[in-house]
Ligand binder design. Structure first.
Ligand code: SF4
Length: 629
C-alpha cells in the first residue's frame, strides 16, 4: 500500500507498506524525488508502536487505586459533566494544548475546534519559532529555495545541523553534493555524527555562533567583499555596522572559541558566490537564538549569497505553506506561552479549571517537567488524548485512547521540501481507539456547539491547493504525493517586507557570566533513533547516557566508574558517561526523549525560559555539571 510517514520530521516520506505472511515491510517510494527509495529506523519503530502491548486501548479514569478502564459512553458522560459547566461559565478557563506528535490537516481542524470554543490556547513553541521569527524579521517571510538547489552551490556552510540525526534525506542530498565536488564545512560543538558529512569541521563554543559570524563580516568589510547591490537593499545599516565595528576579531575569536585562521577560512568562502548556508535548529534553542539566526541571515545577505541558483539560507519552510487553510481559521481569545507553560498556567486569570492535551507529551517535552506535571495535577480536570501512558498521561484525570499514524487517512506537507503527502490508512486501530478528529467531533456533539466538522476527505479536498500543483486532488491521492512549490529560488535581491529591504539585526548580546557551580553547557540534542519522546516503555533504558570530552577540565574530579549524576539548579539525574574526544570540553550531550517515569526526562533539569525573542524555549541556556555520589 502506498502511504506516507507524516511524523514530526522534515523528510515527510512517501512509503510503501507490504504485508507478507506475518511480516510487515516498509520501503521508501523510489518514485518520490526526496524519499528516493529509503526510509529511516523511526518508521520501523512506529510499527512496533502500533502493536505494542503497552498501548492504551480503552478510556482510563483516575481513581483512588490508580487508573481504571471505562467505556466511551462513560468517558463522554464524565467529560460532559466536568467540562460543560466550565464551558458555559467561561471557555477561557479551559486550556487546550496540542503538539505535533501527529501532523496533518485533520489535526489542524481539531486545533481550530478548541479555538472556536474559546479555550485558552498556547503560543510560542518548544521547537522552531525563534528561528522562524528571525527569518520573518529579516526577510518578511519564512521561506527558502527548493532544497535541492544546494546542489548548485560552490560550497555549503552548515551552522550546527546534525544531518544524520535530524534528516536522513537531507544527509543524502549532502552526500550527493559532495559527490559533485561541493565542499561542506560544518560548524559544530563536536560529536561523531558530523564526521562523515563534512569536508571540514570547525568546533565552536556552544551558543556563540553570532560572534563568529560578526568576525566573518569584519573580514568581508576589510577585504571589500560586502556585496554593494545587496548592501543597498538593507534597512538598519548604521546600527548594524556600529556593532560590527565595536569588536576586534581577536575578541570575537576568543568569545566563540574559533581560531583566527578558521575565521579567515570562512571569510574566504563567503567572499565567493553560490554559497548555501544551512542553519541547524539547535542554534535557536540557545538563549540568544533569535539574534544568532539573524546574524547568520545577515552574513549570507551581505555577502550576496541569497536569491539566485546555488545561493540561499535554509532554516525551514512552513509545512502548511502549500495548503489552503483559509476555510478553517479562528483567532484564539487568550494564549499563554508554551515554553514557560507551568508558570503561565499558575498566573492565569481567570484560573484554568480544565485542560485538554492531544498530540503532545508536553510534560516530557517542555522545560521544567516536574513543575508542569504538578500544575496539570492541580487543575480540576485534565483530559489527555494519547496512545501510551506517557509522562503527560500520568498527569491526567481521564485518558482517551487515540489512533496512531497509518491508522487514519491524513494529508500533510513537509517543512523541508515542497511535496504534499497523502498518508493512507494501512492498519486497523485497536477497537476503542479513535482519531483526535473523531474525539473532537464527539466533544462537538456532547457540548452541542455550532462548529462544523466536514468529513476528513472533504477537509483534504478543501485544503489541497487549487493552482500550485499540476495534479487534481484525485490524481494526488492515487500518486500519493504532489509537488506544490511556488518558488524555486526566493529573495532575489528583494524580500517580502513592504519596503522590499532586508532587515539587519540591531543587537549583539554578551554571553552570560560563567557560573563556577555549573560550568558546562547542557545540550539536549535530537535522538536519532526515536521521534522526540515516542519511545515505547519496553525501549526505555533505565540510566541515561551523556557524552563528554574526557579531557575536559570540568571532569577532573569525576570517576566514571562510580555512580554519577548530571546536576543543574533544578535537580539531578543519575547518568552513565561515554567519552568523545571530539566534543567541546564544556559540552554535555544528552539525547532527549526518554521519560521521567523511567528515570530519564532531561527536561526535569532544564529551567523554563524564553529565547531572546520569538517566544521559543531556551533549552540550551541550561548550565550543568557532573558529580559522583
Ligand atoms: S521519520 Fe522521517 S525519515 Fe523516517 S520515514 Fe518518517 S518521514 Fe521518513
Amino acid at each position: 500500500m502506498l502511504t506516507a510517514c507524516i511524523k514530526d520530521c522534515p523528510d515527510c516520506c512517501s512509503i510503501i507498506i507490504k504485508k507478507e505472511l506475518n511480516k510487515i515491510k516498509i520501503i521508501g517510494n523510489h518514485d518520490h524525488p526526496i524519499t528516493k527509495g529509503f526510509t529511516c529506523a523511526k518508521i520501523k519503530k512506529h510499527i512496533n508502536r502500533l502493536k505494542s502491548p503497552s498501548r492504551i486501548t480503552s478510556p482510563m479514569l483516575r481513581s483512588k487505586n490508580g487508573f481504571k478502564k471505562i467505556s466511551w459512553n462513560q468517558a463522554l458522560d464524565i467529560c460532559f459533566k466536568r467540562i460543560n459547566p466550565i464551558l458555559k461559565d467561561d471557555p477561557e478557563k479551559i486550556l487546550h494544548v496540542q503538539g505535533h506528535g501527529a501532523r496533518g490537516i485533520t489535526k489542524e481542524l481539531v486545533d481550530n475546534f478548541f479555538t472556536f470554543l474559546g479555550c485558552t490556547k498556547t503560543c510560542g513553541s518548544l521547537c522552531d519559532i525563534t528561528g522562524i521569527q528571525a527569518c520573518i524579521d529579516d526577510f518578511g517571510a519564512l521561506d527558502h529555495n527548493n532544497i535541492k538547489d544546494v546542489l548548485n552551490s560552490s560550497h555549503i556552510i552548515n551552522f550546527g545541523k546534525d544531518f544524520s540525526s535530524s534528516s536522513i534525506h537531507l544527509t543524502q542530498i549532502m552526500h550527493n553534493a559532495r559527490e559533485k565536488g561541493i565542499h561542506i564545512t560544518s560548524i559544530w560543538p563536536g560529536g561523531n555524527n558530523y564526521k562523515n558529512h563534512a569536508d571540514k569541521l570547525i568546533r565552536i563554543t556552544p551558543g556563540t555562533d553570532r560572534f563568529l559570524v560578526i568576525a566573518i563580516v569584519k573580514h568581508l568589510m576589510k577585504d571589500e567583499q560586502i556585496n554593494q547591490s545587496y548592501l543597498k537593499k538593507c534597512a538598519g545599516k548604521n546600527k548594524y555596522f556600529k556593532i560590527i565595528n565595536k569588536y576586534s576579531i581577536e575578541f570575537l575569536s576568543r568569545q566563540c572559541g574559533v581560531s583566527k585562521k578558521d575565521i579567515r577560512y570562512l571569510a574566504n568562502i563567503y567572499s565567493k558566490n553560490k554559497i548555501s548556508t544551512i542553519i541547524g535548529w539547535g542554534i535557536q534553542r540557545h538563549l540568544n537564538g533569535m539574534e544568532t539566526v539573524r546574524h547568520i541571515n545577515a552574513l549570507s545577505w551581505l555577502s550576496g549569497n541569497i536569491g539566485y541558483q546555488g545561493a540561499g539560507v535554509y532554516m525551514s519552510i512552513s509545512s502548511l505553506k502549500n495548503l489552503d487553510l483559509s476555510w478553517t481559521q479562528f483567532k484564539p481569545k487568550r494564549s499563554i506561552l508554551l515554553p514557560v507553560l507551568a508558570d503561565e498556567i499558575e498566573k492565569c486569570t481567570p484560573k484554568i479549571k480544565a485542560a485538554f492535551i492531544n498530540c503532545s507529551n508536553v510534560v516530557n517535552q517542555a522545560p521544567d517537567s516536574k513543575h508542569l506535571f504538578k500544575v496539570f495535577r492541580d487543575i480540576d480536570f485534565t483530559i489527555v488524548i494519547d496512545a501510551f501512558f506517557t509522562d503527560t498521561a500520568a498527569a491526567a484525570d481521564l485518558i482517551l485512547p487515540c489512533t496512531l499514524m497509518l491508522e487514519d487517512n491524513e494529508l500533510a506537507g513537509s517543512y523541508m521540501h515542497e511535496y504534499l503527502q497523502y498518508s493512507r490508512k494501512a492498519f486497523d486501530p485497536p477497537d476503542q481507539c479513535k482519531s483526535d478528529f473523531e474525539i473532537a467531533k464527539k466533544f462537538n456533539e456532547i457540548f452541542n456547539t455550532k462548529f462544523v466538522f466536514p468529513d476528513p476527505e472533504e477537509c483534504f479536498r478543501l485544503s489541497f491547493p487549487k493552482s500550485d500543483t499540476d495534479l487534481s486532488f484525485d490524481e494526488f491521492k492515487a500518486k500519493g504525493f504532489a509537488f506544490a512549490g511556488k518558488n524555486k529560488i526566493v529573495f532575489n535581491k528583494t524580500t517580502s517586507h513592504q519596503n522590499k529591504l532586508f532587515s539587519l539585526v540591531q543587537t549583539l548580546s554578551k554571553e552570560p557570566d560563567k557560573n563556577p557551580d555549573f560550568p558546562m553547557h547542557l545540550l539536549s540534542l535530537i535522538n536519532k533513533n526515536f521521534m522526540h519522546s515516542q519511545i515505547l516503555p519496553e525501549d526505555q533504558q533505565s540510566i541515561p547516557v551523556v557524552r563528554v570530552n574526557p579531557d575536559s577540565k570540568n571532569l577532573k574530579k569525576i570517576n566514571p566508574d562510580k555512580k554519577t549524576f548530571l546536576v543543574t539548579d533544578l535537580g539531578k539525574l543519575e547518568i552513565k558517561i561515554k567519552f568523545d574526544k571530539s566534543l567541546h570540553p564544556d559540552a554535555i550531550i544528552y539525547r532527549r526523549g526518554d521519560w521521567m517515569m523511567y528515570k530519564g526526562g532531561i527536561n526535569t533539569l532544564i529551567e523554563a525560559r524564553l529565547t531572546d525573542s520569538g517566544n521559543g524555549a531556551a533549552y540550551y541556556a541550561q548550565k550543568a555539571r557532573l558529580e559522583n555520589l
